[in-house]
Design a protein around this ligand. Structure first.
Ligand code: 5GP
Length: 185
């Protein structure tokens, strides 16, 4: 069975950048495309960055048992579609799930063999700086995301491996080394 990597970390920690680099460095790795009810940001494409669903469609998929895990985050819903994950593992590709804490906990229950990695910020304040600088969320969304970030940071100890994203070059080297070691495992 192909390996599954769960990568979690607070909004603004730089997960997206790290995962993009990780996928470039380890081409056999594939990212599962999640479903969400949040609106697409400029430049995001349906089916590429997310499957953008409305609330009713998301509910329908839950009822059908289409999700491996799903969670509410900052007033929106997010979930991993079973089909997205299984199509990739069945083809022998190790898969990355970029998901928040509640989802990571659910995956821990149903897939205890999944490798769980938490990306830490160098300091809690650095998250605000990055979220404001990124400019993709309004002030209210940023405050919500920072509140959730506090809870997520408190749970970092639940994860099998932690990487501090202080210096990007060092963080990606460490993440790559850990994923390679797990794959070789
Ligand atoms: P964003 O709106 O910034 O794209 O994502 C918000 C949060 O939702 C991030 O922490 C991201 O990791 C998480 N997320 C994205 N996809 C999923 C998913 O399929 N399941 C869960 N539980 N969280 C997700």
């Amino acid at each position: 069975m192909a390996r599954v990597f769960v990568i979690t970390g607070p909004s603004g920690v730089g997960k997206g950048t790290l995962i993009k680099l990780l996928l470039e460095r380890i081409p056999e790795l594939e990212l599962s495309v999640s479903a969400t009810t949040r609106a697409a940001r400029p430049g995001e494409e349906d089916g590429v960055h997310y499957h953008f669903l409305d609330e009713a469609e998301f509910e329908k998929r839950i009822a059908e048992g289409a999700f491996v895990e799903h969670a509410g985050y900052s007033g929106r819903r997010y979930g991993t579609l079973r089909e997205e994950l299984e199509r990739r593992t069945a083809a022998g590709h190790p898969v990355v799930l970029e998901i928040e804490l509640q989802g990571a906990r659910q995956v821990r229950q149903v897939m205890p063999d999944a490798e769980q990695i938490f990306i830490m910020p160098p300091s809690p304040e650095s998250l605000r700086t990055r979220l404001v600088g990124r400019g993709t969320d309004d002030a209210e969304q940023i405050e919500k995301r920072l509140q959730v970030a506090e809870e997520e940071l408190a749970a970092a100890g639940e994860f099998g491996h932690r990487v501090v994203n202080d210096d990007l070059d060092k963080a990606i080297d460490e993440l790559e080394a850990h994923v390679r070691a797990t794959l070789a495992g």
